[in-house]
Design a protein around this ligand. Structure first.
Ligand SMILES: *Cc1c(COP(=O)(O)O)cnc(C)c1O
Length: 229
């Protein structure tokens, strides 16, 4: 684990360069192209003063885990910077779906039929749907969101046949006390047998492992922004 406090006074863009380098190196070591891995800068809890330097350095893909917080921060930034791509990486309640549709380009946390059906209703009303990842609770943790691994194939079949929802890939957050590689490998296996190519996996502590195991999207917060309050 990098010592984030030691980085506190470093230029944020130096951290960005360092993370990009580490992604590129891990990709090459695995025989992959660095450009095939999207870095999602997870800016939750951080304000414009932390986010703008990354925007100025060319970073355009960001992640937030709360709809209300994203609604406070991102509309103004979108006016100032073009081509921002915002990813929702936290749980979504159906009563916040309308707001989330107006804010986010990608949802990583589709994890239940009720939310799928709410998306279908929104589409019927003419809303454009975001790109979608299905969240998998690879560790079968009772407190964690996501579908149990055994339920994923059936859910994906319903997305396709019943709801006509285009699913781009799968997302997971491994249990904190377990070897993440096992969870990344499991996510990859479930994605492959369902013909999905997107894998949203890897955070500050384990994104290189995730890249080596096929991540197409890594969600990195503290390694870019420092420790969260
Ligand atoms: C906060 C968060 C991250 C980023 O975590 P870091 O360890 O700070 O990189 C990634 N994914 C999800 C779902 C998160 O909530």
């Amino acid at each position: 684990m990098p010592d984030n406090n030691a980085n506190k006074n470093e230029m944020p863009t130096a951290r960005l360069d360092a993370v990009r380098d580490r992604i590129a190196r891990a990709a090459r070591e695995a025989g992959r192209r660095p450009g095939d891995v999207v870095l999602i800068a997870v800016s939750k809890t951080f304000g414009e003063e932390a986010i703008c330097p990354l925007l100025d350095a060319g970073q355009r893909v960001f992640g937030e885990n709360r709809v209300q917080e994203a609604a406070r921060k991102w509309p103004a930034l979108r006016e100032r910077y073009s081509d921002i791509e915002l990813h929702l990486i936290g749980p979504l309640q159906t009563n916040k779906l309308d707001d989330a549709l107006g804010l986010f380009d990608v949802f990583h946390t589709l994890d239940r039929p009720k939310l799928a059906e709410a998306l279908v209703k929104a589409r019927e009303k003419g809303r454009t749907l975001p790109r979608l990842f299905v969240q998998v609770n690879t560790g079968d943790e009772p407190q964690k969101a996501g579908l149990a691994p055994k339920d994923v194939d059936g859910f994906l079949a319903r997305c396709r046949d019943e709801w006509a929802l285009d699913i781009e890939g799968l997302m997971c957050i491994p249990p904190v006390d377990e070897e993440p590689a096992l969870h990344f490998a499991l996510l990859d296996k479930i994605a492959r047998r369902n013909g999905l190519t997107g894998l949203s996996m890897g955070m500050s502590g384990d994104f290189e492992t995730a890249v080596k195991l096929g991540a197409t999207h890594v969600r990195v917060g503290s390694a870019l922004f420092g420790v969260r309050a």
